[in-house]
Design a protein around this ligand. Structure first.
Ligand code: ADP
Length: 267
């Protein structure tokens, strides 16, 4: 009996091994496919701005004496803007690597959301230019346990998207409210909104709804960074469409930290 059981066990182990080998091969193929897609996408995102920079710099060098001042300024502006785009892309990639490697340890502190919104808005001022910012942030909200740098980056990405994907003079709304032990923050706009099938996928790295959208410079990384950072700080983020108006709305939910006991209370 013992030998029969041992044989059976050996057979079962062999079968499990076989299944896991097949699974492993499948996983490897999937990882390889993703890696290739990732590299293709990154190469494209690096090459496009580089080509513009090289073209403009080349023209400036070759025709230095014959270019009118206006045209020269245009070429210089292209070089600066495309370098900024490259810089943003590389920063995004570094943020992604930090999330992916699990090397990201948030630097927590207690902060008022309103203060962080203020910092993010100041940083985004150049981008939000023609948009009116509609803020509804109560002053009596509890403090949140967040990493202010990460939280500001999340807000900046959402405000950047709202400004980028909605017509230049339309308002952008930022609302904060307290509900069922959590602080909610929403960023809404009057742009085209997001197709229902894409509401989850837009948080994937490199996913863009309008893939051929070359008007709005983008990497498809902003929202996956938002989700990575928010979840690393114990919160959640989702995308939706407004019900009162055409446009997108992104909502962050952060737990309110428990109130620490006041020292000396026991006496
Ligand atoms: P990027 O903006 O660089 O493409 P994101 O990860 O920030 O990358 O966003 C992914 C995609 O989600 C965008 O390409 C766009 O299609 C869509 N999206 C994001 N924010 C909005 C918004 N406010 N309105 C409409 N579409 C949006």
């Amino acid at each position: 009996l013992f030998t029969a059981l041992a044989d059976q066990a050996a057979l079962a182990i062999e079968r499990i091994q076989l299944v896991s080998d097949v699974e492993k091969a499948k996983l490897t193929a999937e990882t390889d496919r993703l890696r290739t897609a990732l590299l293709t996408s990154i190469s494209h995102d690096l090459k496009t701005p580089l080509a513009a920079i090289m073209g403009s710099a080349g023209t400036l060098k070759d025709f230095a004496d014959d270019i009118p001042v206006d045209a020269r300024n245009d070429l210089l502006s292209t070089i600066i803007e495309e370098s900024e785009r490259l810089n943003r892309f590389i920063s995004n990639l570094l943020d992604m690597t930090r999330i992916g490697s699990g090397a990201m340890e948030p630097n927590y502190g207690l902060h008022f959301v309103g203060d962080i919104v203020g910092t993010a808005l100041a940083r985004a001022a150049k981008i939000t230019g023609g948009h009116r910012m509609d803020l509804a942030i109560p002053s009596d909200l509890p403090m949140l346990k967040v990493d202010p740098v990460l939280f500001e980056q999340v807000l900046f990405n959402l405000i950047d998207n709202a400004a980028k994907y909605s017509p230049a003079t339309t308002p952008i709304g930022i609302r904060v409210w307290l509900q069922s032990g959590s602080v909610f923050l929403s960023v809404s706009d009057e742009g085209p909104g997001i197709p229902p099938d894409d509401l989850e996928r837009i948080f994937d790295s490199f996913y863009r709804v309008r893939k051929t959208d070359h008007v709005h410079a983008g990497t498809g990384l902003g929202l996956s960074i938002c989700r990575g950072f928010v979840e690393a700080m114990g919160g959640s983020i989702r995308a939706g469409n407004r019900t009162d108006h055409q446009g997108a709305v992104f909502t962050i939910r952060m737990p309110v930290p428990p109130v620490p006991p006041v020292l000396g209370d026991q006496e």
